[in-house]
Design a binder for this molecule. Sequence first.
Ligand SMILES: [Zn+2]
Length: 366
Amino acid sequence: MVLNVPGWRGRIEAEGGESPVEERIARGRRGPSRPMPSFRKFLEEEIKTDRGPFTFEGREALRQAVDHLGEILRLGLPGRTVSVLKGTQIGMTTVAVGLALYAVHVHLLNVGYFLPDQEFANRFGDTRIRPAIWNPRLSDAMRDGRYKGASSKGLKEFPGGDGSRFLYILGLRDIGNAISLPLDLLIRDEVDDLPPENLAWSNDRLDASKVALTFNLAMGRTPGGGIQAMYEDGDCSVWLVPCIACGGEWALEENWPDVFSGEGEPYLACPRCGARRARSAGRWSPRREAALEGHRSWRIPQLAVGAIHLGRIGAKWRAARRPSERAKFRCSVLALPDAGKSQPIDLALLALLRDAGGYSMEPIPS
Ligand SMILES: [Zn+2]
């Protein structure tokens, strides 16, 4: 018996069907004796933002990804990946911090929270992790960590009756001095342009885990690469807002600026008939089957998040006149990666140059 939460084991065996529950969750772990809150409940009750307790009000579009992450942990589903291609300021980093704390504290897993560089990572523990904790019992349970006798910057330890769990906050650009802590959950935040070998190093941390969950989240800056490529490995869910007046249904970011009405108080308008629509009244729709099994992905633009004022988005759009400013708008607001003028050299560009100048150019064989 692994977990002594009433009703838990039976539910898993009924719904799981992948392998026996002991095999998926055990690894010598003992479950907590308290009832296990859902991830959604944990976020609402234990996590705060600088504006008060975390809430889904105005952030309804985040719920499906949150519930999916919670289900993976609750059922112990192995080897899953979740990727979120996001606009900035939508609240997803708060969700990721909440997931790290939920996994380490409630599910007793080892968690790596990986950021682009060490300076970023060093600040993150003080500015994002600790201030996000609402319940003092949770912050009291966390201390600076030691693993195999060594302390490492960014290592947070949660001692328990049967040993410690760790939350490791690390800048992935500088893995030279990193400790090789085995992990169950890997969170990669804003790591859009890291060297592939560093991403591989982070993946290797999961090798011994029965859970081996990866959660990627970032604003995309690299068309076809980084988080956008990860998103496209998944099932590519988009937020569709229906129009009752004309029966249309729209991915808001793909119809910008036609979905925006700036007359008077700005509102979201149907791009076909102009009817006023609510940004939160949408639904998630996967565009296809995941290219990689067990990989779900969401694209969450600022437009889908009512908590971000539409008037401010409109003002930003009007202020963005140069191509580089428009590109930044598309990345940060629409969650549509746009490299602006700094387009990567791809096959299409090579072909164009070859045709134009008679150059002899070939990609390096891989
Ligand atoms: Zn309409």
